[in-house]
Ligand binder design. Structure first.
Ligand code: IMP
Length: 179
């Protein structure tokens, strides 16, 4: 499908699934290489990162563990600025290597908030793995350790990302068509 419609918006395909899979494989290989012997704890940020997390984890070949956090900051097309933690990390993270797995870093406020809250619990190190980055919207200074793709400022859906709750199910990524 080259176009999809969700509620009042139209989207056109911008990143086909083959390209996504190729970049996810590259990121998995980098992590397998860099974090071997560290038994990393992957922390997947729900809901948006569920598809990326699944494809990534299937290609992680080193001993590791996984947990999930659930945060919410977006409503419709824009970040609300307030980030709510709906589900937290219960594991003991003292002295652990953590890898936060995110769908997209936009303003970076969600990631900053998560880094702050996990940072108070004495992890050894925290790495960031994001599927997507919108570099022009970044408002905070973040070190992104692993990134599948960098994209322009436009609103996107698919591969886990939603518009008003819908569109997460598509295997490709679509960009909003401004009319
Ligand atoms: P940030 O706090 O501004 O970096 O926003 C991060 C969160 O906003 C991501 O985890 C996504 O859930 C959501 N988000 C940011 N950009 C988009 C987009 O283009 N489409 C759908 N969701 C987005």
């Amino acid at each position: 499908m080259s176009f999809i419609e969700i509620k009042d918006k139209r989207f056109s395909i911008s990143i086909p699934k083959e390209k996504i899979q190729q970049e996810v494989t590259r990121v998995a290989n980098e992590i397998n290489h860099d974090l071997a012997g560290k038994n990393p704890l992957f922390i997947s940020v729900l809901n948006g990162a569920f598809m990326f997390t699944s494809d990534l984890m299937k290609q992680i070949t080193i001993p590791c563990e996984i947990s999930f956090v659930k945060l919410a900051s977006y409503q419709g097309l824009a970040s609300t600025g307030t980030i709510k933690e709906i589900l937290g990390v219960n594991e003991d993270i003292t002295d652990r290597t953590l890898v936060i797995v995110e769908d997209i870093v936009d303003t970076g406020l969600t990631m900053q908030r998560l880094l702050e809250s996990l940072g108070t619990r004495s992890p050894r190190e925290i790495k960031i793995a994001t599927l997507l980055l919108k570099p022009d919207k970044l408002q905070v200074d973040l070190k992104i350790d692993y990134m599948a793709m960098s994209i322009p400022n436009d609103f996107i859906v698919g591969y886990g990302l939603d518009y008003d709750g819908q569109g997460r199910n598509y295997p490709d990524i679509y960009t909003i068509v401004e009319e």
